[in-house]
Structure formats: C-alpha cells, structure tokens
Design a binder for this molecule. Structure first.
Ligand code: HEC
Ligand code: HEC
Length: 491
C-alpha cells in the first residue's frame, strides 16, 4: 500500500475533480490510474502555504475537495487498531472496522455537512454520537467494545445534529477577541490584588456579554466560582454545541480521526501508522490548513425576504418582537469584531494541533474582502458587526433540553452555547438533537435561563408568534455566488 501511495503521489489532482462526493480517480499531468486508487491524489505541503506558493483560491479549492472526498482504504480511511480518541484497541477487520455509533461512521465530511451545500448542517440521518468514539466498538453485545454490559444507546454517546460552518471564520475570530478581553480583565484583577494586597472582585465581560465575576487574591491566585457561561480558563470556545472547542482546526483534526479514521500527521506524527492500516501521513498539516481555510471562508449567511408584501411586513414585525420578548439577550443580533483578518493557525490551538510557532508566518485572509462573497463590511471605525445572533456563551436551558446522559468536558448536561441563528432556516431540523422539526417547537423547548423569554413568546398573539417565526425563516444561507447579503425570494 505504501508503494502505491508513493507512486500516485506524483499525480496532480485537477481542481474541481471532486464534486458532491461522487468521484472519478484520475491524474492531472500523469497517466490516469486504472482501477482502485486513493481519492486524495495530492497532499498539500504546509511549507508551500508558509512560503506563499499556494494562494487563497488554491487553498479553498483543495479544502473543498477534502471536505467532499469520500476517503477510502488507500487514503488511510478506517482505524483498525485505534479508537476515535486515538487510543490503541484490539484490531478490528471488516466489517467490524466501521461503526455508525462509535465510528468511523461515514466516508466524508460532506456526508453530514451538506445542507444546503458542502460545509453546512445535516439532517437527523447524519447525527453524530458525540463521545461514543472513545469506545472501541459499540454493538451492545456486552463485550469489550462497549466498555460495559450495562450500556444503552443513551449512555454510549450523546446524539447530536450536525452544525453548519457558514461564517465560521468570523465566529472563531470573535471568540479569540473575547478570550483576549477576559484574560485582560483577569490580569488586571491579579495586578490590582498583588499591588494593593487586598482581594479584588471584577466583573467579566466582553463585547457587552457578561461572563460573571472573577476574584483575585493578594497572593496572585484567582477564584473562579462565579465565572459564568465559559470555562474557568476564560477561553471562549465557540465550537461544539457545548462550547468546548477553540478552533476549526482542532475540530477538524479530531473529526478526521473520529469519523473517518483519517489520521492527521500533526496529531499522530510523521511517518507513523498509529491505527495499523498500512498507510502513513494520511492527512498532512497542509491538508488540514486547506480544510480550515475552506471552512473559515464559507460566506456568512444572510437574509432572504419573502416576495409577498404581507409576509415581508411580518418579517419586520417579527424582528422587533424578537427583541421585545427577550430573545436578543442571548441571541445577540450582532457582535463587534475589531480585526476581521483570519490567521491560521489559531494561537490558542490545543497541544498536538499546528501551533503558530510551527509555521514561518501564519496564513492570513481578510474575511471582509477575500474568499467567496458576499462579505460583511467594516464600518467607518474599522469594526465589523457580525450578525450571528449569539453571545458565544453557555446557558442553562432547563429540563426539556436536558436529555443527555454524558457530561462533555465537565459542562453540565443542561448547558448549551447560545445557538447561532444566522442561516438556521437552511439547516433544519432544529436544536442540539435535531428533534424539533418546526421553529416554534425549538422555541417552546427553551427553559431555564430562557424561561421568561419563552413564556413571553407563548403569550404573544397567534399572529405575533407567526411574525417572529417568519423573521427566523428569513435567516438563510444564501445561494452560491450571491452578491448581496439581503435578497428577495424568487417566486
Ligand atoms: C457523522 C456526521 C459528521 C461527519 C462525518 C462530520 N461531522 Fe462535523 N459535526 C457533526 C456534528 C453532529 C456536529 C455538532 C457536534 C456537537 O455540537 O457536539 C459537527 C460539528 C462540526 C464543527 C463545529 C461547528 C460549530 O459551529 O460548532 C466543525 C468545525 C466540523 N463539524 C467539521 C467537520 C469536518 C472538517 C469533518 C470531516 C473531516 C466533519 N466535521 C465530519 C457531524 C459530522
Ligand atoms: C438564555 C438564553 C436564550 C434565550 C433568552 C433564547 N434562546 Fe434560543 N437558544 C439558546 C440556546 C442555548 C439554544 C440551543 C439549545 C439546544 O440546542 O439545546 C437556542 C436555540 C434556539 C433555536 C434553535 C436553532 C437551531 O438552529 O436549532 C431557536 C430557533 C431559538 N433558539 C430561538 C429563540 C427565540 C425566538 C427566543 C426568544 C423567544 C430565544 N431563542 C431565546 C439560548 C437562548
């Protein structure tokens, strides 16, 4: 297998070959490969990115190809001797090397992230069983693979609906700035406490979003028991519905191994066959960067207004009601971003993922002018308002949304990151588990910190509720190639 890999590595994958997951294997400059062949014919070298030999368009095209590629055995798909966390397990051969619950569970990212197109959300058929990837093989036979004989579908993993990545470059940048703000407040509290030799109690907030309080003690230590909606390290993690992942990159490297058994070099090492499938260097650092840049530059969602005058009026009224009944307290209509230049890698990447120090210079994309449009624009002060309808904060959401058995990263089971509402109407079904097929069902399931707001929604007149829903229906991922952020639906 290794020999085949080096033979085909010289072939050039023509841009645009990989469309919609249906692939033909062929070479660009070289002779066509007859018969079985890997799908990824050319890997991207991070050095080519660092030294400017690949431009943004090349990277996006390569990233899109990887997003839709249905990885196969010759690419290194599958992980016979490794769990989805990369821990060794007893060897599994076909057909026990694939598992819809503990993974590898699918051929491509696109298999799940496909609504309304590559990089988007997914139907319930594409739900993932988050955390089940820690187990060797979930088949409920009570054997080693399940970890214990008392497992049920609920206890092996948390079934979650697929999120879309449109606009995610802006989301990652907002989180980086919010983290910097919170860290600055923590540092200020520590400096004050050590200078004045008294305890200092400061409110934590960034971009108008409150995150509780921090106490610094005279010895320079901090107490974090009154921190709210963010981990006690004060790093705003905008990904995963639990708010536990800091970057597109760390999500991507984990997904590659978890869902596909494609092992990124940056997590497993150069030339190392950690999963025992006979293939090494399955996903290079440059491949991951391309996948990240594709996701980070996916255009922001916009608004599709109904053509009918009465429906359009309802959208306007619904937007006002959204504020009036308190939805906007959590689904903050827009957050200000000071610097819209996306840089990869993220300085806060967890260990194992590519670090800023690993590259000669980070790759830079100005999200207000580069990549596919339409683009958000800077205001006169240079600030970009990002209309994602979230505060990037976790909230306790009450019993109806507290259905999971497993705590993820210590986050209570009833706590969720405020769901971004931009683009939501293009990515049904709704809520973390995808069990709401109507927008109203999603709203009525709110409780906990959102109880008052939900009750206010419930007390609206029938027409007012309908108007609010009509507004949410207008929040859509725009058709590809669209120039404007707000368009009118074609009849
Ligand atoms: C089996 C379905 C499935 C596959 C395959 C899959 N994902 Fe996902 N993805 C999900 C689900 C479900 C979530 C939401 C997880 C959660 O909230 O806990 C998600 C979330 C994400 C997120 C975070 C989005 C956000 O806003 O929080 C990123 C980034 C992502 N996936 C990237 C990828 C990439 C890259 C691949 C391919 C290497 C991939 N995914 C393959 C189902 C899938
Ligand atoms: C206390 C904060 C908070 C308030 C207030 C709030 N929400 Fe939410 N909203 C959330 C969180 C958190 C989620 C994710 C819940 C989940 O998936 O379990 C969510 C999810 C949603 C969803 C599902 C979106 C999707 O794509 O699945 C919709 C729709 C929604 N909210 C609308 C509203 C409306 C309308 C209001 C006002 C009546 C409102 N929310 C008030 C926090 C809030």
């Amino acid at each position: 297998m290794r020999r085949l890999r080096s033979r085909v590595a010289s072939l050039v994958l023509p841009a645009g070959l990989l469309v919609g997951g249906a692939l033909a294997s062929c070479g660009g400059d070289g002779p066509p490969v007859i018969g079985d062949a890997p799908v990824v014919m050319v890997h991207t070298d991070q050095a080519d990115i660092d030294e400017g030999r690949l431009d943004l368009e090349d990277l996006i095209e390569r990233g899109r190809a990887l997003m839709v590629a249905s990885f196969n055995t010759l690419d290194g798909a599958g992980r016979p001797e490794s769990t989805g966390l990369g821990v060794p397990r007893p060897r599994r051969e076909a057909p026990d090397n694939f598992n819809r619950i503990s993974g590898p569970d699918s051929g491509s990212c696109f298999a799940c992230h496909n609504m309304p197109r590559a990089g988007g959300g997914g139907d319930n058929v594409a739900n993932a069983f988050v955390l089940a990837q820690r187990l060797p093989l979930v088949n409920f036979d009570g054997g080693d693979g399940d970890g214990s004989s008392s497992q049920t579908l609920k206890t092996v993993g948390n079934e979650r609906n697929t999120l879309g990545m449109f606009g995610s470059g802006f989301i990652e940048l907002l989180a980086r700035e919010m983290t910097a703000d919170l860290h600055a407040i923590r540092d200020e509290a520590i400096a004050l406490a050590t200078d004045t030799r008294t305890s200092v109690f400061l409110p934590l907030a960034s971009k108008g979003v409150p995150f509780g309080w921090i106490t610094a003690l005279p010895d320079g230590s901090v107490e974090t028991d009154r921190v709210e909606g963010v981990d006690t390290d004060l790093v705003v993690k905008p990904f995963h519905q639990k708010g536990v992942d800091v970057s597109l990159r760390s999500f991507t490297t984990e997904s590659l191994n978890h869902h596909h058994g494609m092992q990124p070099v940056e997590l497993f090492g150069d030339g190392i066959d950690a999963d025992g499938d006979g293939v090494v260097n399955e996903v290079t650092r440059g491949d991951v960067t391309a996948l990240v840049i594709f996701q980070a530059t996916l255009p922001v969602p916009g608004q599709v207004l109904p053509g009918d005058g009465r429906a359009r009026q309802a959208v306007e009224q619904g937007r006002e009601l959204f504020d009036a009944v308190g939805c906007a307290v959590c689904h903050v209509p827009e957050l200000p971003l000071n610097d819209p230049v996306f840089t990869e890698p993220n300085p806060l990447n967890p260990p194992g993922n590519l670090q800023v120090g690993d590259v000669s210079r980070p790759f830079r994309v100005d999200l207000t002018s580069e990549g596919p449009g339409p683009h958000l624009k800077r205001g006169e002060d240079g600030v970009v308002m990002v209309p994602a309808f979230t505060d990037l904060k976790r909230h306790r959401m009450g019993d109806a949304l507290d259905n999971e058995a497993l705590e993820q990263n210590g986050v209570p089971t009833d706590s969720w990151l405020t769901r971004k509402l931009w683009g939501m109407a293009s990515e049904p079904p709704f809520l973390h588990h995808g069990r709401a097929t109507l927008i109203s069902e999603a709203v009525l399931a709110h409780g906990g910190e959102a109880r008052e707001s939900r009750d206010a929604f419930r007390s609206l007149s029938h027409d007012e509720r309908a108007a609010l829903i009509e507004f949410l229906k207008s929040l859509q991922v725009l058709p590809e190639g669209e120039d404007d952020l707000v368009i009118t639906a074609r009849e």
